[in-house]
Design a protein around this ligand. Structure first.
Ligand SMILES: *[C@@H]1O[C@H](CO)[C@@H](O)[C@H](O)[C@H]1NC(C)=O
Ligand SMILES: *[C@@H]1O[C@H](CO)[C@@H](O)[C@H](O)[C@H]1NC(C)=O
Ligand SMILES: *[C@@H]1O[C@H](CO)[C@@H](O)[C@H](O)[C@H]1NC(C)=O
Ligand SMILES: *[C@@H]1O[C@H](CO)[C@@H](O)[C@H](O)[C@H]1NC(C)=O
Ligand SMILES: *[C@@H]1O[C@H](CO)[C@@H](O)[C@H](O)[C@H]1NC(C)=O
Ligand SMILES: *[C@@H]1O[C@H](CO)[C@@H](O)[C@H](O)[C@H]1NC(C)=O
Ligand SMILES: *[C@@H]1O[C@H](CO)[C@@H](O)[C@H](O)[C@H]1NC(C)=O
Ligand SMILES: *[C@@H]1O[C@H](CO)[C@@H](O)[C@H](O)[C@H]1NC(C)=O
Ligand SMILES: [Cu+2]
Length: 390
């Protein structure tokens, strides 16, 4: 009888959260990894990539692993958060003349994203640029803050049913911050047809980032009551959220991820795959693209601001998952899909610009650093990359 007692008092019971099943997408990820392993081991990927001068020397057994956040141990979660907060405490490299609002090394990344927002979304470079941005952030956590892990990702389906109590958002020290405390606010209106009903948050978040101010002024805030500041100005304010159980339950269940990866329309046409992942509006079957879901599930400020979104700590876990979804899709047919790109060089093709090609350059700006042709970012096991998702 007393053998049961330790179990009754085990901390397992403290958490009421059960992840919703992500069996479908996890299976697709495992399938893609197997194909990728084959084309790396038999040399066919290297042979194909070298036709455009891209070197492929990483092998799967030495590739590092990015894992799902809820699959990290408590110590691993705490180490990740501590490293992010270390970047928030290091001085900025960008000159205060260029970005007066940048007060931390973390803010360098926010400023870089703001500066390039009009050239890196809903267009050709989108996935490639964000792959490089994520990787550079990961390297910086390791090089400048001694982080020993890799970027975690957020598989949306896991928190589709009970997002508020999920390990990403439950507000505990091991979360990426809780919901905002209630503060009066209106629905978020992105377009008259795309609105997010207001819920129980709206104010400053609880949890580990509660004292980390967002420093750079709002650029294009969709959250009600947030004022736009002068570009790059210093406008310190708490991070706010109004986590949307509505969006989570309506658009984030695993079957949407499975559809993104297996729908026949998206199998034959990279443009269609990318549009469904990234765009609101046309060609998305009236549903929330998963990339935008991953931003607007938190709503708030700066999460609901297209330009400043990296100031929302979940940005990194969201974009790691976007990179992973693309990785799964690429590795369903790694040779055929290696050099696929679709879209122009400007966000939503505004103003109109030329189609992006493999030879166009993506860059991280002077103070985050690094630039090279898009073709060097086609694979997570080629060029400078050597990572996989488990
Ligand atoms: C390499 O592996 C892939 C995936 O299993 C297979 O389709 C391809 O035919 C193989 N190529 C060679 C040269 O063995
Ligand atoms: C992969 O790389 C490791 C470390 O460099 C090496 O020991 C191993 O033989 C390589 N495996 C393959 C299949 O090439
Ligand atoms: C992570 O997932 C693996 C594989 O499913 C499992 O064996 C391991 O226990 C999980 N770790 C944690 C901390 O949840
Ligand atoms: C904003 O700047 C302050 C220093 O003024 C710093 O402590 C804080 O971590 C910065 N916020 C972020 C998100 O980097
Ligand atoms: C923004 O990008 C332009 C063009 O690359 C560059 O000249 C400028 O210094 C950048 N500004 C900031 C704040 O990064
Ligand atoms: C909400 O909308 C009402 C009516 O348009 C407006 O008066 C009020 O200021 C708004 N509240 C916030 C917090 O933006
Ligand atoms: C996912 O499942 C929900 C609930 O069963 C359903 O309403 C929705 O249409 C499904 N979506 C897709 C893309 O299959
Ligand atoms: C990009 O994808 C769209 C949507 O599928 C397609 O109509 C268009 O022809 C593609 N553009 C190029 C240059 O392949
Ligand atoms: Cu972005």
């Amino acid at each position: 009888m007393y053998k049961i007692i330790p179990f009754l008092f085990s901390p397992l019971l403290a958490s009421a959260w059960t992840p919703a099943s992500t069996e479908g997408s996890d299976y697709l990820a495992a399938e893609s990894l197997e194909i990728l392993t084959n084309v790396v081991n038999n040399g066919s990927l290297a042979e194909h990539l070298v036709t455009l001068g891209v070197s492929q020397t990483c092998n799967i057994s030495k590739a590092v692993v990015r894992r799902e956040y809820s699959n990290l141990s408590d110590d691993e979660k705490l180490e990740y958060t501590a490293a992010v907060q270390c970047l928030m405490s290091l001085p900025a490299k960008v000159s205060p003349h260029l970005v007066p609002g940048a007060k931390s090394r973390y803010d360098d990344f926010v400023a870089t994203h703001i500066n390039q927002t009009d050239f890196i979304h809903q267009n050709g470079p989108f996935l490639f640029w964000h792959r490089l941005f994520m990787w550079t952030f990961e390297q910086t956590l390791r090089d400048e803050c001694g982080y020993t892990g890799y970027l975690p990702y957020w598989n949306y389906g896991k928190s589709a049913e009970d997002i508020l109590n999920s390990p990403y958002f439950d507000g505990s020290e091991t979360s990426q911050g809780g919901n905002g405390v209630y503060q009066e606010h209106n629905d978020t209106v992105i377009t008259p047809l795309v609105t997010i009903p207001s819920e129980t948050g709206g104010g400053c978040i609880t949890g580990p980032y509660a004292n980390n101010m967002a420093n750079i002024s709002a650029t294009e805030p969709f959250f009600s009551g947030v004022k736009t500041g002068e570009l790059f100005a210093y406008e310190p304010r708490c991070i706010r959220r109004d986590i949307s159980t509505n969006l989570a339950q309506s658009w984030a269940t695993d079957n949407y991820t499975v559809d993104q990866l297996t729908n026949p329309d998206f199998q034959t046409d990279f443009g269609a795959f990318q549009n469904q992942l990234d765009n609101v509006g046309s060609n998305t079957n009236g549903r929330w693209p998963l990339h935008l879901y991953g931003h607007y599930a938190m709503n708030g400020d700066p999460g609901g601001d297209f330009y400043n979104s990296p100031n929302e700590p979940m940005f990194w876990l969201n974009h790691a998952n976007i990179d992973r979804l693309w990785w799964i899709w690429q590795n369903q047919k790694p040779i055929d899909r290696a050099f696929m790109i679709n879209g122009t060089m400007t966000t939503g093709n505004e103003p109109p610009s030329a189609d992006a090609t493999m030879e166009d350059i993506i860059d991280m700006g002077d103070y985050v650093g690094g630039s090279s042709a898009i073709k060097h970012h086609v694979s997570t096991v080629a060029g400078q990359y050597c990572y996989i998702y488990l």
